[in-house]
Design a protein. Structure first.
Length: 712
């Protein structure tokens, strides 16, 4: 070889060495044997993996031993395809000298001789770690986007949609990615949303690179507008910094909007309620008070937020009170009591307070809500009532007072003696309602007086020991000067013994009533016996005048017997229904004298008049005598006539009895001042017995007018 040829060869070798060293790929050759012993490797292996060339040349298993354990099996197995196809490419992790693994892209080619025998493998290594990491990051990003519950979209700078994730498509009612990509970004937004995007979001993204704002998406199937929280940003090229596209994330805030609307309503209600409201954290630090709190206590929000409700302490409750309060609310229960608190100006006020624990989704107590009602005026009235109540402490009636929620606030000693409850014991048992054996009666009583009305009546009640008693209850509402209800009061009189005495008296009266009825019945029967005896005796008498006297006597006895009959048939045994009595008496007389009603008619006009026995018997006998005389003497034979009987009374309880007829009238020789006949003498005597007055009118027939008052 000439010197010139050697120089050319040397120059060529240097150029080749420079190309191999400066190339990003490592060039190597190895034996086509089982251990793939490397026979040549370019010097840039040091800059790529940190190893020296001799490390590969001197150790035949160096390459295989530095492949990642997870990759080695399939890499070594895959090399077999090289011998089948002549070429093979694979990627795997190789251990760098600094102890880290690098991803390597390995391309191999099998060199054969003229006989087709494998004589050498040549290949090139390229470090693709950065590409692999970028692919992994991309995959993570794609997975994150696809698995996101938010609407995620990418659009070109011109507004053409180039990607929408599955959650986004579902949110707006699109069935496929192809359908989503056929839309422009303006199609997804409501008219107002697009206007906001064009006028606000887009300019801000161009100026600042991102923008966040509430907007509305349009559901493609229903047309419904969906409230979303929109985050938009400009995606720029990592090297050049040029804008490439827009990335948009939209979160559905429909439920949040509904919750916010509900919270606004609740907040407005709490703020406007007349009750004062305090919200604290679980440690009792005040986070919120409403306007009613400020008005009641005189403290402003600024003065109390961050502090504890201890600023309201008045010193009227001991430490045990507050200890029990915390034990109850920390156990998750509601605490209710009346507090005596202090305003900012140190003025005391009574507050009916309820403290309720608030729990999170896991059931942990996070806050406490306290609602309070100012009952200072009510308590002042109650205290005044208690002072008044002490004045009736010695009263024999059981007197009790309750507030408007039916809790006992006072009762006297008689109440304690009767029902065996102290005030605290009665409230612990449920209040005054427990005294009633009938809950319906209790509800009626408290609803009546609770509406400002009075209630009175007899009620069955029971004591603490379960003893029942009959009580005369007079219940009422107590009102203040403004006619506002402030308390309830009840006066209880035990009438158990009195009622028992009344029942015994009624039973005794019932016995006497039965006895009296029996007496009247027997008197009536005895009079009937006498009448029957007279009737029997008259059968043995032939003298017509004597027979007539017997008949008249019978009629008189019958009139008295009829009185007793009506009395034992009456309800009260004192009064006789005189209208019915007159009818029966007149009919008996018509029957006795065998008078046809077709010939002599009877007109009776007696209103519903009831007379005592002392008055009824004389009136009955008078009527009997006068009707009998009319039937015997007033009418000539076979001449028609009328007999009438009237009884009435005026406003002064003066009775007027008229007995008359339209017959021939009284003979002129009859002197009513001194009558000769037994019947008229009897009438005159009976009128005197009634202390009445008798008048006789004979101008048209005969009319007897008797006026009298009822005898005691």
């Amino acid at each position: 070889m000439t010197a010139q040829a050697e120089e050319v060869l040397m120059a060529t070798r240097e150029r080749l060495q420079h190309l191999l060293t400066s190339s990003p790929s490592v060039i190597y050759s190895c034996k086509p044997s089982e251990d793939f012993h490397i026979t040549f490797i370019s010097e840039n292996i040091t800059s790529q993996l940190g190893y020296e060339v001799k490390d590969f040349i001197e150790d035949s298993s160096f390459w295989a031993n530095h492949i990642h354990p997870d990759d080695a099996p399939h890499i070594l197995a895959g090399v077999s395809r090289l011998f089948e196809e002549g070429r093979h490419t694979h990627e795997y992790r190789f251990l760098h000298k600094d102890g880290t693994y690098r991803w390597m892209h390995d391309e191999l080619k099998l060199i054969k001789d003229a006989r087709g025998q494998a004589i050498e493998i040549i290949g090139s290594w390229l470090d693709i770690t950065s590409r692999k990491q970028a692919e992994e990051e991309k995959q993570k990003f794609v997975s994150l986007v696809e698995n996101s519950n938010d609407f995620v979209a990418i659009s070109s700078l011109e507004g053409k949609v180039i990607f929408v994730n599955e959650a986004g498509r579902k949110l707006v009612g699109l069935d496929s990615l192809e359908e989503a990509l056929s839309k422009d970004i303006s199609d997804y937004l409501s008219e107002q949303g697009w206007l906001q995007f064009y006028e606000i979001v887009l300019p801000k993204m161009i100026a600042e690179g991102w923008c966040e704002k509430e907007s509305q998406l349009r559901h493609f199937k229903t047309g419904k507008l969906i409230d979303v929280q929109t985050s938009c940003s400009v995606v720029k090229h990592p090297q050049s910094g040029e804008s490439m596209c827009f990335a948009t994330i939209q979160r559905d805030i429909t439920e949040r909007k509904a919750v916010e609307a509900t919270l606004r309503k609740l907040s407005s209600a709490v703020e406007q309620t007349a009750d004062n409201v305090i919200i604290t954290n679980k440690d009792g630090i005040i986070e919120y008070v409403n306007s009613a709190f400020e008005q009641l206590t005189g403290y402003t929000r600024k003065e109390v937020i961050g502090k504890t409700p201890r600023i309201l302490k008045s010193g009227n409750h001991d430490q045990i009170f507050y200890q029990q309060l915390w034990e109850i609310i920390l156990s998750g229960k509601v605490f209710r009591s009346v507090f005596i608190n202090s305003k900012k100006n140190k003025e005391l006020f009574y507050e009916e307070k309820t403290i309720t624990p608030i729990r999170d989704a896991q059931g942990n107590i996070t806050h406490f809500v306290s609602t309070g009602k100012d009952i200072t005026e009510r308590k002042q009235v109650e205290e005044k009532l208690i002072r008044i109540g002490k004045a009736v402490e010695s009263a024999s009636d059981a007197i009790g007072m309750a507030d408007l929620v039916c809790f006992s606030i006072y009762h006297n000693q008689a109440f304690l003696d009767l029902f065996e409850y102290t005030t605290d014991e009665l409230n612990a048992a449920g209040g005054p309602r427990v005294l009633y054996t009938d809950s319906n009666v209790a509800r009626e009583v408290f609803e009546t007086i609770g509406s400002g009305n009075s209630w009175s009546g007899e009620v069955e009640m029971r004591s603490r020991k379960g003893n029942t008693m009959l009580v005369l209850l007079r219940a009422d509402a107590i009102k203040d000067d403004k006619n506002q209800l402030v308390a309830l009061i009840g006066v209880h009189t035990d009438i158990t013994e009195r009622k028992l005495a009344e029942q015994q008296l009624k039973a005794s009266l019932k016995e006497k009533e039965v006895l009296l009825k029996e007496v009247h019945h027997r008197v009536k029967n005895n009079l009937q016996v006498i009448s029957s005896l007279l009737n029997i005796q008259s059968r043995y008498i032939e003298d017509k005048q004597t027979i007539s006297i017997f008949k008249e006597s019978q009629n008189r006895i019958q009139s008295m017997a009829l009185i007793h009959e009506k009395l034992y048939q009456s309800k009260d045994l004192i009064k006789v229904d005189f209208a019915q009595y007159i009818r029966n008496l007149a009919m008996n007389l018509f029957h006795c004298y065998n008078v046809s009603s077709d010939l002599i008619s009877l007109n009776i006009n007696v209103n519903h008049v009831s007379l005592s026995i002392n008055t009824a018997i004389p009136c009955g006998l008078i009527t009997n005598e006068l009707v009998s005389n009319a039937l015997k003497y007033a009418f000539q034979e076979d001449v028609q006539g009328i007999i009438y009987i009237e009884l009435s009374s005026n406003k002064d309880n003066i009775f007027t009895l008229l007995v008359g007829d339209n017959g021939i009238g009284l003979p002129e020789e009859i002197d009513m001042e001194n009558p000769k006949s037994l019947g008229l003498r009897l009438v005159s005597t009976l009128v005197n017995q009634l202390k009445g007055n008798l008048e006789v009118d004979t101008s048209n027939g005969t009319i007897f007018k008797i006026t009298f008052k009822e005898l005691n």
